[in-house]
Every structure is written in C-alpha cells, then in structure tokens.
Design a protein around this ligand. Structure first.
Ligand code: AMP
Length: 440
C-alpha cells in the first residue's frame, strides 16, 4: 500500500500543494481513489465528509486536466456538482488550494448571489467548475457555458442531492454532457435510488468504501441523554457549561427551532448563531466564519444548512432533535471525530422521538448508550410520536405545524418515505432563486 502521496502517481505541482496543506499521508479513500481516477476509471465511492474525499477526487482530477488543452469560450472541462452552496464553496477552495501551482482556471457558482458576474466569468472557459445543480441549469439556460466538452463529472454527496430533490436537474445536466467522459460518484449512503442513478451513469466503476456501508464514522463516541422535550434547551445549556464545550455544532430539525435555541443561548451568555435556508448567504458565511474562528461557541443548524460544512476536528455535535430521516443521523455525526480525532455525538431524546430513534439504531446497527443526566430525568416516559407529516405538531414539540416551512415539511418520517418512495423537492435557496425574475 502506498505510504505517501508521491507513490500515488501525482506530479510535482500537486505534491507541492499537498505538502503546503500539511498532509503527510493519504487517507484510505485517497489511497484508493487517486490511482483509480488517474487510470481513467469511473468511481463509485461510499465516503462521507471527513474522510478526505475532496482531495481524493480533486487531486487526480487536476492531474488529468493539466495534460489537456485549457478551457476556452464557455467550455467546462470538469464539472463538480454539490448539493449546497457551502459545500460548493468548500470544494472550490480545495480546488484552488490543490491547483495553486498549476495553470488551470477554476470557478464556483451557486444560487443566492447575483448571476451576472458568474455569466461574465464563465465566458472565458473554466477548467474546473464547482456548482449547485439549480444555478448550473440557470446558467446553462442563459447559454453562459458549454457542457458538451466535459471530460470529468463529479457528483459529490449524491445522496443529499437526491434527498434535496435535484434528481431532475441532474438528469437534465447529464443529457447535456458528452457520452465519453469520466464519472465519479460520492455518497455517504447507498439507497436504491442512488444505485439506480449510479447504474445509468457509471461505466464499470471501481467501487470504493471509506467507512462501513451506512455505518457511522469511526472514532465517534455516541451517547444519548433521555430527557423531556420541554427541558432540552436547559439540558443543552447545562451540558455546554458543565463540560466547558468551546465549539459545539447543534442540530435542530426546524429553522424556527434553530433560531429559538440560538437566541436562548445568547441570552444565557453563550455566544451562538443559527444557520438555515432562510438566512442570507452573507449571514450564513458570517456565522460559519465566526464558528470556525472560535468567536461563536455554538452553531445551531438545520440538516441542509450544515451539510458538508468542513470544520477541522469538531469536538462535539449535539442532536437537539433527532432527524426525521435516519440517514441524516449518520451525516450529522460525520461532523465530528474527523481526520483521526475523537469526537462526541450527543443526542437529547424525548419520549416523542422513540420511533425516530428506533429507525436510527436499525440503520446503524447499534444501540446508543443511554445516560440520564442528574437533574434532567425524564418525567414523560411514553408519548405519541411527533407528527412529521406536515400537519399540526403537538404543543411543546419542537415543530409546530403552522411554523413549518419547505425545508422542514419535506423531511418526513423514515417510515413515510419508505412507504411511498417519493421525495419532494426542497432546494434551499438555490431553488427559490429560480422563481425570481432574472435580469441580465
Ligand atoms: P473532506 O472529507 O474532503 O471534507 O476532508 C476532511 C478534512 O480532512 C479536510 O479538512 C481536509 O483538509 C483534511 N484532509 C484531507 N486529506 C487529508 C490528509 N491526507 N491528511 C490530513 N488531513 C487531510
């Protein structure tokens, strides 16, 4: 097995960039993925954020592109599709960092920001374009770019793109690509829907796995604190204070719940910010920057907003609510215990969430250790499950029907999803953008 990057077939400019990032040895997914991509194979990889997958596809992609003629006249040579703006921005940062000693042009486009500067930039041609599907389709419809010469396609976090309802856009984009191209598909989980997409897309793919299929990341200690729904906020404050947590990512099922919790924490003197689809891009970027720098101690996020956030060695992740979709639990706790560091995933679970808990334990094949926090013993031991169907939730629950917005409505119970097999689009910002009148 290759011990360092030089043995994987990367050339000097890329090795220099890797060294500048401070990486000494390739991660397991990089060891497998880099040679496979360099050899020109299609790749289907089960890998979530934190495994080093971004460098796993970006490094060999740049290596291959550096040997061909540069892009010009609106042409895109490599297209990386990601589900969210945040992930797009992060992947693009990686492309810039790894490509710093190469003469390749890269760019990133996503919704929520003005389209005209993007149109102007793309005219010159782009060797690597990182994009969210909705904005890419808008740009394509405005003839701002050409996808008929794409050499390499990467679908990053494909499961999340399908979950967000991007399948139609993805299929439309695929129809615009040339038949001869290299395809790389990354996904944390492999549902039937992903496999169907992969089947039609990939040609004799090399199959890679960075972590056990549908399993949670290693090096994450998971614990569950049973408590009453009404006391979750108190318990979170208590845990942050008593453990002196300095950087905590808290997941809330709803945007409203995220706002409420962030306000509450601020009132308690704990610096906090909320990120979700209703926040402007500027507000999200500021909150994330504050969290990364340590200025913001607690970041309260919805699943979609938090997806793909790259934060080094995040020590604590707290599930203030359990996610409606069991796979999201795996994604959430993938934020912690990264790059060889131990992490802690703490779930605050009320009686109303027992069904969600069962679905999570079934998916991950584990029973989460239960620890009651003294002073927060649950008093409600059985309760009807939460109404996740989009109707009115019960009083005191984290979601009240009238307050739900698109992002929450589509995140339905795992059971409902399994029964109907349908997915509703929820395209955080990226999609909303499209209904606004365009100006050129
Ligand atoms: P990713 O899974 O691509 O989001 O990467 C997770 C984190 O690991 C990022 O912060 C990378 O900068 C970092 N990383 C990627 N590859 C390596 C490596 N070989 N050694 C150390 N850190 C790495």
């Amino acid at each position: 097995m290759a011990a360092d990057f030089a043995e994987l077939g990367l050339s000097e400019p890329l090795l220099k960039a890797v060294a500048a990032k401070g990486y000494r040895t390739p991660s397991p997914i990089q060891r497998q993925c880099i040679p496979a991509v360099l050899e020109g194979h299609d790749v289907m990889a089960a890998a979530q954020t934190g495994t080093g997958k971004t460098a796993g596809f970006t490094l060999p992609l740049l290596e291959r592109l550096r040997h061909g003629p540069h892009a010009r006249g609106g042409v895109v040579r490599a297209l990386v599709l990601t589900p969210t703006r945040e992930l797009a921005a992060q992947v693009a940062e990686n492309v810039v960092a790894y490509g710093r000693y190469l003469d390749l042009r890269s760019d990133v486009v996503f919704g929520g920001v003005s389209i005209n500067p993007q149109i102007d930039r793309l005219r010159r041609g782009t060797d690597v374009l990182v994009a969210t599907p909705g904005r890419l389709m808008d740009l394509q419809q405005q003839r701002a770019l050409r996808l008929d010469q794409v050499e390499i396609l990467v679908l990053d976090e494909a499961d999340r793109m399908l979950d967000m309802g991007f399948i139609r856009d993805i299929r439309r984009i695929l129809a615009l690509l040339p038949e001869r191209r290299q395809n790389l598909l990354f996904s944390a989980t492999f549902s039937g829907e992903i496999r169907r997409l992969a089947h039609g897309l990939l040609h004799q793919p090399v199959q890679l796995q960075a972590s056990p299929e549908n399993g949670t990341a290693p090096l994450v200690e998971q614990v569950l604190h049973p408590c009453d729904m009404a006391r979750k906020g108190d318990l979170l404050c208590h845990l942050i204070r008593s453990n002196d947590w300095r950087q905590v990512l808290v997941f809330s099922r709803t945007k409203h719940g995220a706002n409420r919790m962030a306000e509450r924490l601020e009132k308690e003197g704990l610096s906090a910010a909320a990120i979700h689809g209703n926040k402007s891009q500027g507000a999200r970027t500021r909150a994330l920057a504050g969290f990364k720098s340590g200025e913001v101690r607690v970041l309260v996020a919805t699943d979609i907003a938090a997806r793909g956030i790259d934060i080094h060695q995040l020590p604590q992740v707290v599930n203030l609510d359990l996610p409606n979709i069991a796979e999201d639990y795996v994604h959430r706790i993938g934020r912690t215990g990264r790059a060889g560091q131990n992490g802690h995933a703490i779930s605050l679970v009320a009686a109303e969430e027992q069904e969600l808990l069962r679905a999570i334990e079934k998916l991950t094949g584990t029973t989460l250790p239960r620890t009651v926090v003294p002073g927060f013993e649950p008093t409600v031991l059985t309760a009807p499950p939460l109404d996740l169907s989009g109707g009115r939730g019960r009083r005191g629950g984290p979601t009240r029907g009238g307050e739900r917005s698109g992002e929450e409505r589509r995140r339905r119970s795992p059971d409902a999803g399994a029964r109907t097999g349908e997915r509703r689009p929820a395209r955080e910002g990226d999609r909303r953008e499209r209904s606004r009148p365009r100006s050129r």
